[in-house]
Design a protein around this ligand. Structure first.
Ligand code: GCV
Length: 842
């Protein structure tokens, strides 16, 4: 890629812009007005020109988008014209071929790769030349992005994609639900069919196209064969028609057993001729309706999904079945490598789920058809807060590969926690696997460059829904935006990309830019700090919602996300000399680094080594003290998010301000839930006290079970660590209210009052807190409707929630009282109340 920016100055404002309420529907394509003075206005183009003889989808889309964007950004209504090559005072949008034919045959446009574009602006004249139509559309979005960011300077650069595959996956089910989706139901499906109104799909197409995504797989990899009925195929054609003008092609996920379950063949053996014919027919029927369909995505023999193993066939035999059906149509098969046995026995020291993908796929290298791409999750397990690179990337010399990332935050806070993901992704993309002792950056492997493969690239699980925010949290959209930017150009800086997104999403106010940048850049390290450290994984509940803390759930089951924590030691021994041998799946130089405890970086220590809690890290701390300190540090950073955001009040429209604030307040509270649960769990397990005396000692708290209770009773919470003092209180019946009260012993003063309660699925209890008879506040357990994460039906680390009332006057001897009104199956549960002096978040 060559990018020559001749002169770039960004217009940033020090005072707030006028702010109009917004709901997030436009994402980063708001085209908000930018002040462009008289001289700037004079230099703006006055026509949008396409060349005679064109008349195709994506160029037309580009011109419409330019017309819309210029009208909104600089208030200039400009016409669209078809013309010969007259580019004066115009925005000329064309493909390279069109331009050479009509304007200048000497211009060397061979520097453009597929989908690439060249953008030249010079005092009122703009040329947007795409290698193809899609490239021209990308160039149009790029130009609008510059203007939206207040950049009116002359530029002259060309840019090409890192890889040809830049896809997103949606895990949408036919009934309209979305697996691991946190923003409402599907924009594609409802009641087993494709929805009639595809206007949301059009908006999604605009957003994706503007970040240069060229493919979308519309249905869940845990696929339902009924997608392949005639009626649903017709629906897919309608979806494809909406995406096509935006340069986006669709693909579909398939269920391996469809020939049996839908076709009634009584078999789905990939070598059976009836099965081969059946898939050939299905593929022909699909291509008849969607002639430019990308192809298929297949999850097979994984997590209970059917696959070729049923018939003792190899995974490559399974994959090639689809690849061959697609070949006559030029389609691609993305075949997922997320294959593992989820019934493995933890008592066998050498068992390891992290080994599975290399074990299954390495020996098949070279046996896949050329139109197969193996889609590999970035780490060996499953989108944890930190993982090493999947060793599979280093073990396939003759097979196309794509990396799978996750924009939807399944294990990373489910969009109720702010976590900006690119810094995590960069640890993977920039990692040098040193295959055969040569530079082998993951990003160069997936582009195909390192092993000289023609096909390769990127897929991300996005899971937008019908919520106007798309992902459930306005700030989570930075992850989708950055995904597209990095898939195009992975060497871009995470912060630079973020800053572009902030300007596009929230405007040009310098304070807004700096504050959201600081918050976002701090967010992944913060989340790692208060969830799982040193490579031990996210420590969430892996057998239930994947959301709140539940470290015990990692072990003693067949899923293989083990920590092997006991009274004295913790961590997976993945060494060759004494453990599962996983370190040995990496090329020699990397293997040696991980094999050796001295050269293993602290942040992956427990991924590769089983050590005593008192083992000293390179940092000089013991493992257990690092856990304690990191959890306190992470939760403390989360407390600041709220005040940082509050400093932006008036600088961001109220609707988005309030929406984000609600989530940050919640996150601040839930970070403390995480902190205490993990610290208590390992303190109990190891019986090693926190050197700083914090863990298990909460001088400002009053445990609910120690208060005077009327209509409430104590309840032993399971898992124990998700309640302070391991107990909570619940109302004695589901229909009558309860009261918990206590006399304040603390000195009189102004306190923040924090209350920990449980907000469960299946009821919306009401709580009111009083000091004497004065109401301090009341709240409802309605997060299942107002927040994004998967709700829980239990009192646990998912439902534990902390609310804070600030600066309350309290006198020694006052009666502090909480009245809880149960609702449905939710018995108004309470954990503790804390009277917090200013600056304390106990
Ligand atoms: C679509 C994890 C998730 C599943 C997901 C699976 C996959 O196990 O929890 O919801 O299934 O990964 O990526 O196939």
């Amino acid at each position: 890629m060559l990018r020559l920016v001749l002169l770039t100055t960004l217009l940033l404002l020090d005072s707030p812009e006028s702010v109009i309420a917004e709901n997030g529907f436009d994402g980063w394509l708001r085209y908000a007005p930018v002040h462009c003075g008289k001289s700037c206005q004079r230099l703006l183009p006055s026509r949008i020109v396409t060349l005679n003889g064109t008349g195709n989808n994506s160029i037309d889309t580009a011109t419409e988008e330019l017309q819309l964007g210029l009208g909104k950004i600089v208030g200039k209504e400009i016409p669209i014209e078809r013309s010969d090559c007259d580019s004066r005072s115009s925005i000329l949008v064309a493909t390279a071929d069109q331009y050479r034919q009509a304007c200048d045959s000497s211009l060397d446009l061979s520097v453009l790769d597929e989908d690439g574009f060249w953008l030249r602006t010079s005092d009122g004249t703009v040329q947007i030349l795409g290698q193809n139509e899609r490239g021209a559309l990308y160039g149009a979005f790029e130009y609008l992005s510059l203007l939206s960011q207040g950049n009116f300077t002359n530029v002259d650069y060309r840019t090409n994609p890192h890889a040809s595959i830049r896809w997103v996956n949606q895990w949408d089910n036919m009934d309209g639900s979305i697996e691991r989706g946190y923003a409402g139901p599907s924009i594609f499906f409802s009641n087993g069919q494709i929805v009639e109104d595809l206007s949301r799909v059009k908006q999604y197409a605009r957003l994706l196209s503007s970040i240069r995504i060229n493919g979308v797989v519309v249905n869940n990899v845990n696929a339902n064969a009924t997608l392949l009925t005639d009626q649903n195929m017709d629906g897919l054609a309608r979806i494809a028609d909406v995406f096509r003008p935006y340069g986006i092609q669709i693909g579909v996920s398939l269920n391996f057993a469809s020939p049996d379950t839908l076709g009634g063949l009584g078999t789905y053996d990939p070598l059976d001729s009836a099965v081969i014919t059946w898939w050939g027919n299905v593929t022909d029927r699909l291509y008849k309706r969607v002639p430019d369909m990308l192809g298929y995505l297949v999850k097979a023999s994984s997590e209970g999904q059917p696959g070729p193993d049923t018939y003792n066939r190899t995974l490559s035999q399974g994959a090639n079945l689809f690849a061959r059906a697609l070949q006559p149509h030029g389609g691609i098969l993305m075949f997922r490598t997320f294959v593992y046995d989820h019934h493995i026995n933890e008592s066998i020291w050498t068992n390891d789920r992290a080994n599975a993908q290399v074990e299954f796929f390495k020996e098949l290298d070279g046996q896949f058809e050329d139109n197969v791409i193996l889609q590999i999750k970035f780490g060996p397990i499953d989108f944890q807060v930190r993982e090493p690179v999947s060793p599979l990337f280093a073990n396939l010399y003759h097979t196309n590969m794509a990396i799978e990332l996750q924009v939807t935050q399944e294990y990373l806070g489910q969009q109720d926690h702010l976590v900006y993901l690119p810094p995590l992704w960069k640890t993977i993309l920039d990692f040098d696997l040193r295959v055969d002792h040569k530079p082998s950056l993951v990003r160069d492997i997936v582009s195909g460059q390192r092993f000289d493969r023609q096909l390769g690239g990127w897929a991300a699980v996005v899971n937008v829904g019908t919520n106007t925010t798309w992902l459930g949290h306005h700030l989570a959209m930075s992850n989708l935006y950055a995904y597209g930017r990095l898939a195009w150009s992975p060497t871009e800086d995470s912060q630079g990309v973020l800053e572009d997104w902030i300007r596009l999403t929230f405007g040009l106010d310098r304070r807004v830019l700096e504050t959201i940048t600081d918050m976002s850049m701090a967010s992944w390290p913060m989340y790692e700090n208060y969830t799982g450290n040193l490579g031990i994984q996210t420590l969430t509940d892996i057998i239930y919602t994947h959301y709140g803390p539940s470290p015990a759930s990692q072990d003693n089951n067949g899923w293989g996300q083990w920590t092997r924590a006991d009274h004295d030691t913790i961590g997976m021994d993945r060494t060759v000399k004494n453990g599962t041998g996983n370190a040995g799946q990496y090329p020699a130089e990397v293997a040696q680094m991980y094999e050796n405890i001295e050269s293993t970086p602290d942040d992956l220590l427990l991924w590769f080594h089983h050590v005593p809690y008192k083992h000293r890290l390179h940092s000089g701390k013991t493992v257990i003290q690092h856990f304690y300190d990191a959890h306190y540090a992470g939760a403390e950073t989360a407390q600041h998010l709220v005040s940082q955001w509050d400093s932006l009040e008036g600088r961001i429209d109220q609707e988005r301000f309030d929406h984000v604030r609600k989530r940050l307040v919640y996150q601040a509270g839930h970070s403390i839930v995480w902190r205490d649960a993990i610290n208590n769990f390992y303190w109990n397990m190891s019986e090693i006290a926190d050197e700083k005396g914090r863990v298990g000692h909460h001088p400002w708290r009053m445990e609910a079970e120690s208060m005077e209770l009327y209509g409430y009773e104590a309840y032993a919470v399971n898992p124990f660590e998700s309640a302070s003092g391991y107990h909570a209180i619940v109302t004695t019946s589901n229909s009558t209210s309860g009261t918990a009260e206590t006399r304040v012993e603390a000195p009189s003063g102004k306190y923040d009052i924090a209350v920990n309660y449980y907000d469960m699925y299946g009821g919306q209890s009401q709580w009111t807190i009083y000091v004497n008879d004065r109401i301090v506040g009341s709240w409802q357990g309605d997060s299942e409707e107002t927040l994004s994460h998967t709700p829980s039906i239990y009192l646990d680390g998912h439902s534990a929630t902390r609310i804070t009332f600030e600066k309350v006057d309290v006198h020694q001897g006052d009666v502090l009282k909480i009245v809880g009104v149960p609702d449905g199956v939710e018995p108004a549960p309470l954990d503790y109340v804390a009277l917090l002096p200013p600056g304390i978040a106990d």
